[in-house]
Design a binder for this molecule. Structure first.
Ligand code: AMP
Ligand code: MG
Length: 492
């Protein structure tokens, strides 16, 4: 079958052949679309009808390859939980190609769960429906929150069963990203051990993500600086919404600054910076409160890998890289503080002008084990004179709460309180994909074949700021017995 419905470029495969291995998906018996993202398809200049067609399902499951495409498995390395693996790569995924949108932007179309590749190691190359639906709902919720992320285009079931802790329908996730270049890609190019691959990768990444860097005195340093900035901003936004990625390995850290690979991730319910959600993260390396430091650690691995193309003199290269890496903390703090200011209805902020106010709130939240997400909506309501929910959230910390409220009102100054409350509601979500809701939706879909729970959840979290009467349960934290026992397993 000749498929010309979508046009796909293959610049990565052409320009970086050592990083892109030509490969084909293992065909599956019965591809069927279970969730499709029509608005995203339109944004990409793709026909939403095609997405829902048999041909669309066949292409997104990897069974059929569009004429223009040259699918590849990408090679990358990675520091996983601190340990270096020189050769990871797409073990069960393919970059189908690059889409050029109506606005000229280039985005990768990538399929996850398309069978074993030479990078599969012990894996079966497949993905289970629940994991691909989890990634779908998290991608789209994160996007709706205004945070950079890969996007989910569709989930296709394969007609095969996949065995993990339970037997489930197999599935493929079609996702879209600014690119799939990772810190681990840079580490891999360095491991190939000749400056040529590194230089070619730098040139490709710059063209893709920060074209102005091509004119810099040291383009590779400018690429590093760009990645430091976009990652600092990204992690600040995660922290602002209480998101825990769970597996911040260098192969899950993008050069684009987009969130990628939602596995054992979570939105915190009760505030505790030590919160960990991954069953394999025994040491708490990727706990909520560690995320900024881990991002900087990952960027340091990128800088090390880039040293040969930063300067011929190693000491000079190290000095240049160090200076750029040191910029992470200031950028992160400013970005985080701006986010917190907006969450509290304060119109402007410098990094240290409200530091005590922000820290005071987090201390109070931690002491009261208050729900992170809903607290900000409850605070906005208090500005409209609705005090009861706030009082109910901090029953045992009345004095501390009153002290903090006095400081907050002082910071608000003579701002109009109802305007401030509206501004807060525009940035503080009511609905985030809390794990107890996500798990219920995935169980219904993968065990009972019922997608309605998933669709309802998706509808709420993709309109996170619109409070819906009757949906109170969607906004509430998990019951204690769920939160205390819950960990997400990495068996994806
Ligand atoms: P992830 O946890 O999805 O970021 O994947 C980490 C690495 O393991 C990547 O190299 C994946 O391609 C690979 N991988 C994960 N699951 C599988 C699987 N079922 N089969 C083959 N490779 C896999
Ligand atoms: Mg990954």
């Amino acid at each position: 079958m000749a498929i010309a419905a979508i046009e796909l470029g293959h610049r990565l495969a052409d320009e970086l052949p050592e990083l892109a291995l030509d490969w084909k998906a293992t065909p599956v018996p019965a591809p069927a679309i279970v969730v499709a993202n029509s608005p995203l398809a339109s944004e990409l200049g793709m026909d939403p009808e095609w997405l829902l067609s048999d041909e669309g399902a066949a292409v997104l499951a990897g069974n059929e390859v569009p004429e223009s495409a040259r699918p590849v498995a990408m090679a990358y390395a990675g520091h996983q939980f601190g340990n270096y693996s020189p050769r990871l790569g797409d073990g069960r995924a393919l970059l189908l190609g690059e889409l050029v949108g109506p606005d000229g932007s280039i985005r990768d179309l990538h399929l996850k769960g398309t069978g074993r590749t030479p990078y599969a190691r012990g894996g079966d190359g497949r993905a289970m429906l629940s994991s691909m639906l989890r990634e779908f709902v998290h991608c789209e919720a994160m996007h709706a929150l205004g945070i950079p992320t890969t996007r989910a285009l569709a989930v296709v079931t394969t007609g095969e069963a996949v065995q993990r802790s339970r037997v489930e329908p197999g599935a493929v996730l079609a996702r879209v990203a600014a690119s799939h270049l990772r810190v681990g890609t840079v580490e891999y190019a360095r491991w190939l051990d000749d400056g040529e691959h590194l230089a070619a990768l730098v040139e490709h990444a710059i063209a893709r993500h920060c074209p102005d860097a091509a004119d810099a005195e040291r383009p590779a340093l400018a690429l590093l600086a760009h990645t430091v900035e976009v990652q600092a901003d990204l992690i600040a936004q995660w922290m602002n919404v209480g998101f825990i990625h769970g597996v911040m390995n260098t192969d899950n850290t993008t050069l684009s600054g987009e969130t990628i690979d939602f596995g054992p991730c979570a939105y915190m319910d009760r505030f505790d910076p030590k919160t960990v959600f991954s069953s394999i993260d025994h040491a708490g390396r990727y706990a909520y409160g560690n995320q900024p430091a881990i991002a900087q650690w990952n960027l340091t691995r990128m800088a090390e890998a880039l040293l040969p193309v930063l300067d011929d003199d190693r000491d000079t290269a190290v000095a240049l890289a160090t200076e750029v890496l040191e910029g992470f903390v200031l950028r992160y703090q400013a970005s985080w503080a701006a986010g917190m200011a907006a969450k509290l209805g304060l119109s402007s902020v410098t990094a240290d002008s409200h530091g005590d106010l922000f820290d005071g709130l987090l201390t109070l939240l931690a002491a009261a084990r208050a729900d992170y997400t809903s607290t900000f909506r409850i605070l906005a309501a208090s500005l409209r004179g609705q005090d009861a929910p706030l009082r109910a959230s901090f029953p045992d910390h009345v004095v501390e709460l009153d002290d903090w409220l006095a400081a907050w009102h002082a910071a608000l100054g003579d701002a109009d309180l109802s305007t401030a409350a509206d501004a807060m509601d525009a940035v503080n979500p009511v609905y985030v994909p809390r794990n107890h809701l996500v798990e219920a939706a995935l169980d219904a879909a993968a065990v009972d074949g019922d997608l309605t729970v998933f669709q309802t959840l998706l509808e709420h979290v993709t309109h996170p700021f619109e409070e819906r009467p009757g949906s109170e349960a969607m906004a509430a934290p998990a019951p204690d017995d769920f939160a205390e026992d819950y960990i997400t397993f990495c068996g994806t």
